[in-house]
Design a protein around this ligand. Structure first.
Ligand code: DX5
Ligand code: ZN
Length: 217
């Protein structure tokens, strides 16, 4: 059974609390919280105060924070304080990877590392033992609603095989262009066990039905 982490980048920000309640009631396993700094990616999204507000209203939810920012080391403690459970940063960001993983763990969170479409799966291998989540981007980070890049599938397979070989069980997550009909099933077949979906879920008339369909994969 795959788990689902809805990306609230596709929610209606004027009704963010209601949209979160809706997907949590419908069985979402986590809330995927996309942070953009206008530097690592050219877009801006939302940050620490928004997470803090959501955590206050939904303290039991699991917050899967995806930092698409150049300096995750500087900000990870503030996200932890605001309620993050998982903090995922990019291997292509500017901060020292070991120091950032250590800082995330030191503030009591689980650490995730993500790769962009142009980065090979093997670049993650030196860090696998220290990670609770791996996030393969299947679109260029920066915005929702883009088409899935099939090159993510071979990466998922390679990472799953390497984790199996080493006896590791971090979440293997995929983000970008994921739907319950085609790309989600392909990713699960390739080894993903946590699917991030934004537009396919928030754009659906019956979100509970889509979440059930993801869970059935
Ligand atoms: C992209 C974000 C994704 C995005 C996914 O930069 O990291 O989480 O919101 O949205 P969809 O599912 O619409 O591709
Ligand atoms: Zn994301």
């Amino acid at each position: 059974m795959a788990k689902i982490s809805p990306s609230i980048l596709s929610a209606d920000f004027a009704r963010l609390g209601e949209d979160c309640k809706c997907i949590l009631d419908a069985g979402a396993d986590m809330i995927h919280f996309d942070v953009m700094d206008g530097h690592f990616v050219d877009n801006l999204s939302f940050g620490i105060p928004v997470l803090k507000s959501l955590h206050k209203v939904f303290p039991e939810a699991v917050y899967d924070v995806h930092l698409m920012i150049s300096h995750p080391l500087f900000y990870c403690n503030a996200f932890a304080q605001a309620g993050a459970d998982y903090i995922t940063f990019h291997l292509e960001a500017e901060d020292d990877i070991q120091a950032t993983i250590d800082a995330i763990h030191a503030c009591g969170c689980k650490a995730g590392l993500s790769i962009k479409p142009g980065t090979p799966a093997e670049a993650l291998f030196p860090w696998l033992e220290q990670l609770e989540m791996i996030l393969v981007m299947s679109v260029e980070p920066g915005r929702g609603g883009q088409a899935f890049l099939p090159s993510a599938l071979d990466k998922l397979s390679a990472i799953r095989a390497e984790c199996d070989r080493r006896g590791l069980t971090p979440y293997l997550s995929v983000d970008g262009g994921i739907n319950d009909a085609v790309t989600g099933p392909q990713c699960v077949k390739a080894g993903a066990d946590l699917l991030v979906a934004g537009s396919a879920l928030f754009g659906a008339d019956d979100r509970a039905k889509v979440i059930d369909a993801f869970h059935a994969l």
